[in-house]
Design a protein around this ligand. Structure first.
Ligand code: SF4
Length: 419
């Protein structure tokens, strides 16, 4: 590889590493016409580094030049870093070259803003278009869109990319005002609305006209940085909930703030990355997407932060002990889903299996249910295992002392960034 390209790659792959919103799930783009690659069947399996960042795609910035000055970003215009920019052809050549050598299964392309939103977005679109049309590349493409880009460019982007993302970065308008004064929620939400409406409209048209092109078939996602500003977890999940409901987002990614820049608006450089908080937010997000919980049930004004010691579902159950014990042979699926220790597939298995007779502890074990937590919250046809008049504190202690969390080593280093 030419030395200059290698240097650009070092700079622009390094600058892209703080973006975790690159998952390749959800696309079924197939190889057609002897084209190159295949988004799902050829094994697009995104792997994650230990701190949860996705590394399976060629993940680069088109440029780290930027006219904006977001305090948390290494590419911000006031940061004194080496700058570089790929040409459209260089990104195309790198993608095809790495793909052929089996290094990557797709491309995650983001960018600083060169001159204005449209100029930058137009180049991102040109890359995706060249890959698809000239190289017949059927691998996964995730484009991060540039806020403020025109609807026409967004439409083109969605026709060639599998996934589009608009990174909101901070969970509230006040956070944006403080750290990203060039951005507003309105400029971020406009493209989200456009993407969501276009996906819905084209899906509806496809029902009548099969030849209707697919638009961003893997949907859209966003990223929220956690811990750069003082928002509570409640504010974070309320924003996520609003995005899921308002814009049909596939995923919200939570990224613990990595302190790399000295700025008195930001946590100090010695602050720990809030990994445990990030993990609890992913669990809360999971509850909203797969377990039917509303954001208001997970946290409220009197409980604005997730408990770092216990997962949010167990926390909810402890605050709602009056709803338990639950009879697994009679309860609705939606309530069984709320029992700590019972996952979505286990809950479905319970409902399917109990049609053939009432379930006892042994049946539940055979269904793969982890009873060391669930036994405090359910009854079945056998005598109760652990239902006593436990207080929430006693139950919490019992469960915590029974198992060592894989995150417990982190508890000692998890500090409050804002005192
Ligand atoms: S607009 Fe994007 S690239 Fe530019 S400073 Fe802000 S976060 Fe960084």
């Amino acid at each position: 590889m030419q030395e200059r390209i290698q240097e650009k790659l070092n700079i622009l792959a390094d600058s892209a590493k703080y973006d975790v919103s690159c998952s390749s799930s959800g696309s079924d783009r197939k190889n057609t016409d002897k084209g190159l690659g295949n988004a799902s069947n050829s094994g697009i399996c995104h792997t994650f580094t230990e701190d949860g960042r996705c590394v399976s795609l060629l993940k680069i910035l088109l440029t780290n030049h930027c006219i904006f000055d977001c305090a948390y970003c290494v590419s911000r215009k006031s940061n004194d870093v080496k700058r570089a920019a790929f040409t459209v052809q260089e990104v195309v050549d790198l993608t095809i070259g790495f793909y052929r050598r089996n290094y990557i299964e797709g491309l995650f392309l983001s960018s600083g803003i060169f001159k204005d939103a449209d100029t930058t977005m137009e180049r991102l679109v040109r890359i995706a278009k060249k890959l698809r049309l000239e190289h017949r590349f059927n691998g996964y493409i995730h484009l991060k869109t540039i806020p403020g880009a025109s609807d026409e460019l967004m439409k083109e982007a969605g026709l060639y990319a599998d996934r589009l993302s608009v990174n909101i970065e901070l969970p509230t308008e006040r956070g944006l005002k403080l750290l990203a004064p060039d951005k507003t929620f309105a400029t971020m939400e406009k493209p989200m609305g456009y993407i969501s409406n276009t996906i819905t409209a084209l899906n509806d048209t496809r029902k009548l006209m099969l030849s209707t092109p697919k638009f961003a078939p893997a949907g859209q996602s966003t990223q929220v940085i956690i811990g750069a500003t003082d928002e509570s977890d409640l504010e974070v999940i309320q924003t996520a909930d609003r995005f899921y409901r308002g814009f049909n987002l596939k995923r919200v990614y939570y990224s613990g703030y990595v302190p790399v820049l000295a700025d008195n608006r930001l946590p100090s450089l010695s602050s720990q990355v809030p990994l445990l908080r990030e993990n609890r937010l992913y669990q809360a997000d999971w509850l909203m997407r797969f377990y039917g919980f509303g954001a208001h049930e997970i946290l409220d004004d009197s409980n604005p932060f997730l408990d770092l010691d216990i997962d949010p579902k167990f926390g909810w159950a402890l605050r709602n002990l009056d709803l338990f014990p639950l009879d697994v042979n009679k309860a609705d699926l939606e309530m069984i889903l709320r029992v700590p220790g019972i996952g979505v597939r286990s809950a479905q298995k319970i409902v399917a299996t109990r049609k053939f007779g009432n379930l006892g502890w042994e049946n539940l074990r055979k269904l793969g249910i982890s009873l060391n937590r669930a036994r405090y919250f359910i009854v079945c046809k056998d005598p109760a295992l652990e239902i006593k008049d436990h207080s929430p504190e006693a139950l919490r202690h019992l469960v915590l002392s029974a198992g060592k969390s894989k995150f417990s080593d982190l508890w000692g280093v998890q500090t409050s960034l804002f005192g």
